[in-house]
Write a protein that binds this ligand. Structure first.
Ligand code: PGA
Length: 250
């Protein structure tokens, strides 16, 4: 498989600058020189500069958890791609289910952000996933396809190298209820087919699984052919557990 596995830690709204520095330095020492796996850390905005400094000289990449689709202007509370680039950040998580559910981000907003990210040369980790009600109603694939299509349709083949997809079933996020590897693989396979249908280089695009990934379930998930990595919340907040996840054995 040509795809380099990606293990991304989404720290969400956790940590002071001092805590972020400790965590990033600890991870830099443990997994900072791995070249066979992409390691991404997404600290809160306030700690981006510190974390970048802490991982300087390693292979670890720093990502923002969100960004505005606008370059600048009257958008109180927003952070623009220009500002992130100014910090040396070139990766961003977009359309996380918490952004969609709590802050009302629609498919259209996520699309605008993906376009802004591409315009500024960012790599986007685009999140999709169904709620429990949608899964129970048998609508998982329909929902995920709608989200992928809205975010990525018509971007053109060249965009492929700047896109990572994260499949995160909403019912598995922060609940301890991980999707089985078979459930995840099924959706990942569908997403890869859809990427191909959209004219994107599907075999080169990493599709990450997210939702209660832990040291004790990562190996099984990573053994599946279309699971190319993990987007990790809770278990990314400690050096030991995230190191074990980066060092998964499939
Ligand atoms: P979790 O979060 O690992 O804590 O379930 C995953 C995510 O929301 O990206």
């Amino acid at each position: 498989m040509a795809r380099t596995p990606i293990l991304a830690g989404n720290w969400k709204m956790h940590g002071t600058i001092a805590e972020a520095k400790d965590l990033a330095s600890g991870l830099a020492a443990r997994v900072g020189s791995r070249s066979d796996r992409g390691v991404v850390l997404a600290p809160p905005c306030t700690a981006l500069a510190t974390v970048r400094e802490a991982v300087a000289g390693t292979r670890i990449v720093v990502a923002a958890q969100n960004m505005s689709w606008a370059d600048k202007g009257a958008f109180t509370g927003e952070v623009s791609p220009v500002m992130l680039a100014d910090l040396g950040v070139g990766h961003v998580i977009l359309g996380h289910s918490e952004r969609r559910e709590i802050f009302g981000e629609t498919d259209e907003v996520v699309r605008k952000k993906v376009e802004a990210a591409l315009k500024h040369g960012f790599t986007s980790i685009v999140c999709v996933g169904e709620t429990l009600a949608e899964r129970d109603a048998g609508r998982t694939l329909e929902v995920v396809k709608r989200q992928v299509d809205a975010a990525l349709n018509g971007l053109g083949n060249d965009a492929g190298s700047k896109i990572v997809v994260a499949y995160e079933p909403v019912w598995a996020i922060g609940t301890g209820r991980v999707a089985t590897r078979e459930q995840a693989q099924e959706v990942h396979g569908e997403i890869r087919g859809l990427l191909r249908d959209l004219g994107l280089p599907a075999d080169a695009i990493a599709i990450l699984y997210g939702g209660s990934v832990k040291p004790d379930n990562v190996d099984g998930l990573m053994a599946e052919p279309d699971i190319d990595g993990a987007l990790v919340g809770g278990a990314s907040l400690e050096v030991e557990s995230f190191t074990r996840i980066v060092e998964y054995r499939a």
